[in-house]
Design a protein around this ligand. Sequence first.
Ligand code: FES
Ligand code: FES
Length: 160
Amino acid sequence: MTTLSVNGRKHEINVDPRTPLLYVLRGELALNAAKYGCGLGQCGACTVLLDGEPIFSCVTPIALLEGKEITTVEGLGTIDNPGPMQQAFIDEQAAQCGYCIAGMMMRAQALLQKNPHASEAEIRDYLEPNLCRCGTHMRILRAVRRAARVMRTAQGGDTR
Ligand code: FES
Ligand code: FES
């Protein structure tokens, strides 16, 4: 039995502890935002946060995760009350097929939680491990810049 804390809730998981987190999120917990792309840590579609840092959940066995906090897109807000990152992606319509978007949002969330003042170059550099096969990069970048503005405002900082 492995105890996982996901989006602030504890879950007892009764699967082989070598099972990748992505399979547990989707198969056991019905958290389907994170996607299976490559299964090799090479595309970022499965990105979630572990204690605030982005990880590839497709190559992370749950045995490594007890006592840590896992955050998925479902933890950023709800359909009725989207979080700033989710709202920014909606406002910028920053998706085509959408397959990469949950991973993109989580990686961007990790960056802006640490540094809502991240420069354009820093945002591009940080998002680099996550691939978008639809070529939606410019809208994704606009959404991340929008989310950063909202987060800075919420912190009482400047809105540039
Ligand atoms: S599915 Fe995990 S990095 Fe591609
Ligand atoms: S929107 Fe289709 S892969 Fe990014």
